[in-house]
Design a protein around this ligand. Sequence first.
Ligand code: CTP
Length: 435
Amino acid sequence: ELTRLNVSESVFAHFSAADLELINLISGLARRVGVRTYLVGGVVRDIILGVPNHDLDLVVEGDAIEFSQNLNRLLNGKVVSYPPFGTSVIFMKEKKRIDFASARKEFYAFPGAAPDVEYSDLKKDLFRRDFTLNAMAISIYPDNWGELYDFFGGYRDLRNKILRILHPLSFVDDPARSIRAVRFEKKYDFHIEPFTMSLLKQTIRKNLLDSIKPDRLKEEIQLILELPNYYRYLERLYQLEMIPSILPGCIWKREYSDRFIGVERRLPEVKTIIGIDKFLYQLTPLFDDFDVKQISLLQKRLALSRHFSHKVVSYHSYKSEFMSAVEEKDIRPSEIYLRCRLMPLEFLYFLLSFYPEKSLANQRINRYLKEWRTIKTILKGSDLQEMGIKAGPHYATMLDELKLAKIDGYAKNRFEEEQLIKQSWERVNKRGEQR
Ligand code: CTP
């Protein structure tokens, strides 16, 4: 049954002036070509909830591809269409995009949906979606601009903070929706309605999650990692026994919470560092108790790079020596430097949060990250050549030794660097003679 409600006030309050102008342009075109057009999906949910969401997802009761091409004559963006699905995207500057879908019978293979003379196309489009709260539309057609189309009780569920599946096969159609369920539950602090919960548990029990494709799965996890306190979502996924399928080899422990909080606190800084795999960094706390034998499984499950696996394996192999070095009282700075250098950056930042702010270990790791990691010797290969040192692979070793000496507080200027290089050249020669 359709609720008739006009939410134009909420639409005005939701969008920026620029977006409203864009919507007006669209609704003008809709009238000219006589095609009903609606905002749909997540943005409708967030308009009603008053939550920021800058998506422009539209359903057109007609040919969305043609519609978007017409619209783009006014916008000068770039249109990318997917004819088999009847969908189309206009990409504009500053990452702005408008998504269009066609609500037309030929795009539905869906059998049992009850025919509804007036709204059948839109209704069928909405019925294919995941949860009632995501299955509403708002008309932007001039004669009923702002009218909410809610066929499945989404508005009531939003009011009552209930997450409800649209139809019993929804999780079977797309098992990734079970991860979305956890995301919406926690993000909006909703209650998963009992029948939905029982279907969710069935989906998990029947291992349907295993059929989610790696890229899709990674995307869903990434959407969670974008959210504040994302660890709470991971914890919930664990509680629901979803982790073995989506992050094989990982478990959850209560003490992780604090570590994740530390990792998240540093995220804005860490994101700016070149060479950091943000995805790995955000998950680092999971790898202390990770079953490293499962690393290739994890890599495969999420289509991760070999780099990712290497870093996890390195962490496991170097962790204990690393920890005893940074905690050791009497140790040369260069020793610490060498341990830090073996440790993947993602885990160094993790360990930084792991140790209390004022601890010796924390200060040392910090010093490595802020200073030693990028320390440079004054002398270069060309200088060594000018000093009459025969070129060869020993250059790298000699310059590296020089760097270690600098870290230990020697070789403070060019002259001292040259002295040290001369000494180390003598040692290289001696070693050569002995051979
Ligand atoms: N959708 C679905 N099943 C999925 C993914 C998406 O039914 N597995 C539908 C939902 O109606 C959803 C819409 O497609 O609202 C848009 O999907 P998406 O942009 O991924 O999510 P949003 O709901 O917009 O949520 P968010 O922006 O928080 O990701």
